[in-house]
Design a protein around this ligand. Structure first.
Ligand SMILES: [Mg+2]
Length: 258
C-alpha cells in the first residue's frame, strides 16, 4: 500500500522528493499562465526541505525562470526546468569547463569508434555527440551500439539517450529521468519518491529503484508503482510524507530543532 511505502521512505537516511509541476503540484487550469502550485502541497514541500537530510525538487517542462516566478517562496526547494536540462547554477551549472572537456572527449572517442563499424557516423551536438547507425548492417549496428554503451556511454557524467538507430551521449541531463538520477547522486539520496502526471514523467519513473516510490497522477500507461487520481491526492500524500518524515527525524511534528 502506498502509505506504507511512504512510511518506509520517510525513514531513509537522505530523502529526495521529486515532483512535477503542472497537473501534479498545480491543478490543471484553462490557461497555463494561471497555473499555481496548490498552497497545501507547497507547504508540505517546505516542511520537508526544512528538515535535515531532506531535499525536494520540482522538475518541470516549464523554463526555470517561469517556474521560479511561480514559486515566490522558494525555501530550500530545488527547481529544474525544461524537462531536466535547466538546473539552477549552483546545482549543476550548464557547460562548465569540465563538461566542455568531457564533451570533447566523447566526440573524439565516438568519432574514433565509427572507423570500426561500416556505415556508422558521429554528429557533434552542443552538449555531446550522436552516433547514427541507420546506414549500418544489423551486425555492424549492434556492435557499434555495444561499443558506445560499454565505452563512453558508461563514463561518469555522461547521459545516454537511445533513439531509433541513433544513440546520443550528452554531458548534461536531457530528460526528467536524467535530472532525477543526477539529483540522487549529488544529494546522495537513499530514498526517492517522484510524483508526475505526464508522458515526460515516465523517464523519471524509469530511474526509480525498488525501494523508491513512483506515483502517477491520473490515467494513462505508466511505469510508476502507484497511481492516484488528482493533484488533491498529491496534496494529501505530501502532507502525509511531511508528517511521517518529521516523526522519523525529530520524533514528533516540527519543533524547530534541526
Ligand atoms: Mg505535468
Amino acid at each position: 500500500m502506498l502509505e506504507n511505502r511512504l512510511d518506509q521512505l520517510s525513514r531513509a537516511g537522505v530523502l529526495l522528493v521529486g515532483c512535477d509541476f503542472d497537473g501534479t503540484l498545480a491543478p490543471i487550469v484553462e490557461s497555463a499562465d494561471d497555473a499555481r502550485a496548490d498552497p497545501e502541497s507547497l507547504e508540505a514541500l517546505h516542511r520537508l526541505v526544512a528538515l535535515p537530510r531532506t531535499c525536494a525538487a520540482i522538475i518541470s517542462g516549464r523554463s526555470w525562470r517561469d517556474l521560479d516566478a511561480r514559486l515566490p517562496k522558494r525555501g530550500g526547494l530545488i527547481l529544474v526546468g525544461s524537462h531536466g536540462s535547466e538546473f539552477e547554477p549552483d546545482i549543476v551549472g550548464e557547460m562548465t569547463p569540465q563538461r566542455r572537456a568531457l564533451r570533447r572527449e566523447i566526440i573524439e572517442t565516438v568519432g574514433a569508434l565509427t572507423e570500426w563499424f561500416p556505415g556508422a557516423w558521429a554528429e557533434e551536438k552542443p552538449s555531446g555527440v550522436a552516433l547514427h547507425t541507420r546506414a549500418c548492417d544489423a551486425r555492424s549496428e549492434s556492435d557499434a551500439w555495444r561499443a558506445v554503451l560499454d565505452g563512453p556511454g558508461s563514463w561518469p557524467g555522461i547521459f545516454v539517450r537511445e533513439g531509433k538507430r541513433i544513440i546520443e551521449l550528452s554531458v548534461v541531463a536531457s530528460h526528467k529521468g536524467d535530472a532525477l538520477a543526477m539529483l540522487r547522486d549529488r544529494l546522495k539520496a537513499d530514498g526517492v519518491v517522484f510524483f508526475g502526471d505526464d508522458a515526460t514523467d515516465e523517464d523519471a519513473f524509469g530511474v526509480l529503484r525498488e525501494s523508491d516510490v513512483g506515483v502517477k497522477v491520473g490515467p494513462g500507461d505508466t511505469r510508476a508503482g502507484f497511481r492516484v487520481a488528482s493533484p488533491a491526492d498529491v496534496r494529501r500524500l505530501l502532507a502525509y510524507l511531511a508528517r511521517q518524515r518529521e516523526f522519523a527525524i525529530r520524533g514528533g511534528p516540527g519543533d524547530g530543532r534541526a
